[in-house]
Design a protein around this ligand. Structure first.
Ligand SMILES: NC(=O)c1ccc[n+]([C@@H]2O[C@H](COP(=O)([O-])OP(=O)(O)OC[C@H]3O[C@@H](n4cnc5c(N)ncnc54)[C@H](OP(=O)(O)O)[C@@H]3O)[C@@H](O)[C@H]2O)c1
Length: 221
């Protein structure tokens, strides 16, 4: 299957949490990491999040001029089975194009003209089929896709062996909380045979934190 190159970017605390125990957003990245993240966004064709992140964080998913001169806005992509993306969410504003993947067109709201809603099939676990999502994105010209979360989406891409690279920023803060969201949620692996192995490419200090760059290891080789 032709699919885009898939990059995951995420910021976590030193204790591995990506948000507060009540799932609300908290700033984890340093200024230096935020600049890097905007440059990365500018360098890809599309940026993808799950509806969980849209409803809790209301992200814009655009590139700010403050960080990148003459930004070229990537396509914004939302995985949203029931089409719950609010019509006034930042992710559907007119600053860039948006593609919402859904499994039903029943609830589709009146979005602006920059928003396309595309129906895809469900996988065995009732999530939107990521192979179909990636194939459609490829057909639309997306060659580099950035996954920005949250943990459920990142886990499903990893579990389906659809991630090529990961950037994980570790901020020098502790959040705590057994129920605080982490980088990879879902049910996790069942046994050692299912471990997802990574190759560490680089490790650099960015402000007060550390940026880890990994590639996934292709076990079929
Ligand atoms: N620190 C960071 O870098 C960072 C970045 C982003 C988010 N976050 C945090 O992450 C948390 C949100 O994460 P989350 O896990 O609740 O939500 P999420 O991963 O953003 O979205 C998950 C939802 O997306 C939908 N979905 C549809 N197809 C899917 C598929 N194939 N795989 C996975 N999900 C699919 C499902 O809802 P439907 O069934 O309704 O479609 C699913 O429940 C928030 O606390 C946010 O602050 C942190």
């Amino acid at each position: 299957m032709n699919r885009p190159h898939v990059i995951v970017n995420c910021a976590m605390s030193a204790d591995g949490k990506i948000a507060l125990p009540n799932r609300k957003q908290i700033r984890i990245s340093s200024d230096e990491d935020i600049k890097r993240m905007y440059q990365l966004r500018n360098d890809v064709d599309a940026v993808l999040v799950g509806i969980g992140t849209v409803l809790t964080d209301d992200p814009k998913l655009t590139v700010k001029e403050k960080y990148v001169k003459n930004p070229k806005q990537p396509l914004r992509v939302v995985l949203d089975k029931e089409c719950r993306t609010p019509h006034n969410a930042f992710v559907v504003n007119n600053k860039a194009q948006t593609l919402i993947f859904t499994s039903t067109k029943k609830n589709v709201k009146k979005y602006k003209e920059n928003v396309e809603v595309v129906k895809v099939l469900l996988d065995d676990e009732g999530f939107l089929d990521l192979n179909q999502v990636l194939s459609i994105l490829y057909d639309k010209g997306v060659r580099k896709l950035l996954i920005e979360g949250g943990g459920t989406v990142i886990w499903n891409f990893l579990k389906n062996r659809l991630v090529d690279e990961l950037y994980i920023y570790i901020g020098s803060i502790i959040i705590g909380g057994a129920k605080s969201p982490t980088v990879a949620e879902g049910f996790g692996i069942k046994n050692e045979n299912e471990v997802i192995y990574l190759k560490l490419i680089s490790l650099i200090q960015l402000g007060e934190g550390v940026l880890l760059h990994y590639k996934t290891i292709d076990e079929s080789l």
